[in-house]
Design a binder for this molecule. Structure first.
Ligand SMILES: Nc1ncnc2c1ncn2[C@@H]1O[C@H](COP(=O)(O)OP(=O)(O)OP(=O)(O)O)[C@@H](O)[C@H]1O
Ligand SMILES: [Mg+2]
Length: 279
């Protein structure tokens, strides 16, 4: 039986999950369009889950896309040299993994390239992408970076400036699209910087759940377990939490697990009011 997830990204095999189909379709169009996009939203609002949903949907819709995932968590204190050498390792590992996922074996030349690749600054990072692009046949590189805000501050501008120059180049751009997950929009953080990535970034503020999404999420539990909610309960959960994803799940979890309401009893407003005192 699945459960309401309240720790980290949710997984449809283990948790009830809001599919966010409209948002995913809109987002995928931006990726196909070759945009460099920042998903920003406060903590625990479903950014990483959304990332995974977009990656899964994109892999099905565009099987030739070469998708890699990076995560900059806890890199704040790295020197430029260490940051870029870690990035180089991550890129090479992800490239190998993606080849495996596609059921392909990298050619000798690519194996040699990956073995000897070095990145030490933003310029060599750009060179890395230029050289790697030559190994992609009819494929488009798309990079997803989770927790972009973990990049060392001193490096951020140079890193973004390089991506901006790739984006602005007249040639086929590689990476085709970059998705940054961040706690804040870069505009909010860096309004006056000379290398502000204004002209490359597309902002995507991930919204809270709508009342319909809360209804559907709770409905998944009813479908699976057979225990119904009185119609006013999902609405009350939505109003009380403002659709904030983690709070919705915490509320649902207490209602369905911790209150020990017998499964043949409909969950009603009196139960909601009891939980409201706790969450
Ligand atoms: N699509 C979804 N369906 C159901 N619940 C979700 C969904 N997305 C997020 N949640 C809820 O939000 C919580 C946090 O999800 P996630 O880790 O994806 O958010 P985040 O914004 O990446 O968090 P952080 O800021 O810590 O990186 C989950 O544990 C779950 O309670
Ligand atoms: Mg996250």
């Amino acid at each position: 039986m699945r459960a309401f997830g309240t720790r980290g990204p949710v997984d449809p095999e283990k948790h009830y999950v809001v599919q966010r189909s409209d948002e995913i379709a809109d987002f995928i169009n931006r990726v196909k369009d070759g945009r460099y996009i920042v998903i920003f939203a406060p903590r625990q609002t479903g950014k990483t889950t959304f990332f995974h949903q977009v990656i899964d949907a994109l892999a099905v819709e565009e099987p030739t896309y070469f998708i890699i995932q990076l995560n900059f968590e806890n890199r704040e204190d790295l020197s430029e040299k260490d940051f870029y050498s870690t990035l180089c390792n991550d890129l090479c590992e992800e490239i190998k993994k993606t080849f495996q996922k596609h059921g392909n074996i990298p050619c000798e030349a690519l194996i040699h390239f990956l073995k000897n690749a070095q990145i030490s600054n933003n310029v060599s990072m750009r060179n890395f992408y230029t050289r790697f692009e030559k190994f992609l046949t009819n494929q488009k590189l798309v990079i997803f970076i989770d927790k972009f805000h973990g990049i060392p501050q001193a490096i951020e501008n140079g890193f973004l400036a390089s991506l901006r120059s790739i984006y602005n180049s007249r040639y086929k751009q590689c990476p085709h699209s970059v998705v940054f997950e961040s706690l804040e929009s870069f505009i909010q953080r860096d309004p006056l910087s000379a290398v502000s990535p204004f002209n490359i970034q597309d902002h995507y503020g991930l919204p809270n759940f709508t009342v319909e999404q809360v209804q559907k999420l709770l409905g998944q539990y009813t479908d699976e377990v057979g225990q119904a909610f009185a119609p006013e309960v999902p609405e009350a959960v939505y109003k009380h939490t403002n659709g904030q994803p983690l709070l919705v799940n915490q509320f649902a979890r207490v209602l369905t697990q911790e209150l020990d309401i017998p499964k043949n009893v409909v969950i009603r407003m009196e139960h909601f009011l009891e939980v409201q005192m706790k969450v």
